[in-house]
Design a protein around this ligand. Sequence first.
Ligand code: B1M
Length: 644
Amino acid sequence: MGWTHKKRMLATIRGEMPDRIPYAPRLDLWFAANKNRGTLPAPYRAFEHYDQVSRDQGWGIAKVVLDYQHYGEDGILDRALGVYRIPAQSYYVHLPPEVERRVNKVGERFHLEYVTPQGTVRAGFVYSEEMRRSGVTIPWIFEHALKGPKDYEPLAYIFENLAVEPAPELFRQWTAPLGEDGYAVAYALTAGSPMHHIMKILTDATDFYYHYRDHGKKMQALAESIGVFYRRVLKVVAEGPGEIALVGANFDDTITYPPFFRDHVLPFLQEASQVLHARGKLMLCHTDGENKGLMEYLFESGMDIADSVCPAPMTKVTLAEYYGRWGKRITIQGGIPSNLLLAEATTDQDFENYLDRLFQSVAPGNRLILGVADTVPPDARFDRLRRIAERVEKEGRLPLEAGGGRPVTAGAIQEAPLPGKIDTVEDARFKVLKQDLYDGLDGEIQGHIQELLDRSIHPQDILNRGLLAAMESIGQEFKDGRLFVPEVLLAARAMNAALAVLGPHLSASGRQARGKALIGTVQGDLHDIGKNMVIIMLRGVGFDVVDLGINVPAGDFVRKVAEEKPHILGLSALLTTTMPQMKKVIEGLVQAGLREGVKVMVGGAPVSPTFARQIGADGYAADAGEAVEVAKKLVAGCSLLVAG
Ligand code: B1M
């Protein structure tokens, strides 16, 4: 058989045994960033599209990339609704005629108003030159459409009445140039379910959990309305020309935590896979996040391709575990974490060792389309991309004989934990307060604080032995994986409600915050979910925290430190490309003569204790629970927190 990339990849997806492992690294981010910086390798400077590089190198192409850069404003105007108009979709969405969309562009920011018969919703997004230059392919939502109870009905109206028109020709034109070089995926749905759509697109990720608690019925009704649109799309895509359809992206076991995933995402994924399979189509899910707690549910979802699987060391599940658990039925696309391509993150030796293990742990080797997950980073060593291709050519002949896929360890699948239980040896007077915090009862807790005050319990005791003690055990349980994000966020909100009642009764010293912290996400980085969690947790245990937001230039951090004189400066980064900004901030503090007066704490998924030490940070925390511990020690003057 004359194997082409396409034939090899499709055979892999069908579970057959092609001649060798297909190799198809995603080059979109790398290409866009280097093109804009003028740093593409010399032979590629004149290229207009990253597919040209893959072809030149003889690599396969997995076209799953959502690229909004080339289709004008119409393609992205409804980004804040999670509605796009791009050829990859094979369908075109029309707003209902009764809905008036008002667009106000201020600089690079789009402010939108959707005027519906049920009321008006406002939203906003930005897709700046700077974002485009750094290779970002997705506009960023700065104002979410769902902010309060009055937004539910207009949004439900919009989603129920969105018309979905088949656009097979657009899709065919988009995929035609691909030929035999790979596969193209029809972009069906951005989220794994209507409820996930609300979480991912319509609300701020942290606000979502509050809405979920406070307006559960309205949210469920909105999810049903979004479901009307989702099912229209599925029908059109299932009948359309694409052989593979993308349903859902950016699952993560912290955000879409296991019980939430089980109840609100899994059933829709299963339904979607049935609709697609009935028409002979395959379902692909973009599973680029931390999947440790979701392994089993994703296995049951009916997906055929797990796209952009990013294994350990960047996340907690190894490739062997993925292959052992999923590889019998699901094709794994990805498998090489992007950090492996970065000289500063991975030595040549570690890179080679990873590849050695890779070929040993995925025997017999089918059901794997090797790629870089999520995508090749801008500063990737191009020679390493070529080296992978070389080794695949030599060692990726199928079936592989060496090693053998290890089954996933039992620990890789987290069971839904029992709700938090309070420590029974604690002072009985505060039991109810603690339970209120565990249950996130922000209304009830205020009444209970008042009762304790009426019984002449000292306000300082209520704070220290009641509220703060409970928040600390909540932080610890989160750190240990026994509580999930929403429980912690709701507890923190209840804490703030409690402080509103208790605050005026505390003595001047009691009101004093535990310390002051400034926290922001560094320049070039728009990820804020983790940073916001750290802030909420710190506030919850009594820190005064100033949120500097996202994409904060080094100079702004320095200026704010001079103005606010905090005890701690917190820096968050989720991209390997933005981590160096942390060093820039520390250097800026030194130059401004401010370094001695402030402790610097760093964190974010790619940040490690080694990196923190290298750049001269004072503290590193792996998660929000640890951030509290580290912050307390930093304020107490303990400096050796970046252990070797
Ligand atoms: Co992005 N993304 N993303 N993304 N995204 C990652 C980070 C990525 C690892 C995915 C992957 O490759 N598997 C990858 C980065 C690769 C790398 O550089 N190493 C990536 C990429 C490539 C991108 C884009 C470039 C994609 C593109 O445009 N082509 C783009 C970049 C935009 C930009 O920032 N310029 C992008 C965009 C997005 C979305 C907008 C879609 C969305 C962000 C939404 C938002 O933040 N408002 C998103 C998401 C959701 C993710 C994943 C799936 C999840 C991140 C998350 O929120 N996790 C992520 C995959 C992953 O991380 N494995 C991924 C949950 C959160 C609670 O955890 O943020 O780690 P985390 O925070 C933890 C700890 O790290 C720690 O405590 C927190 C709570 O426990 N912590 C601190 C964090 N900050 C701290 C500070 C501290 C102390 C502790 O002290 C101050």
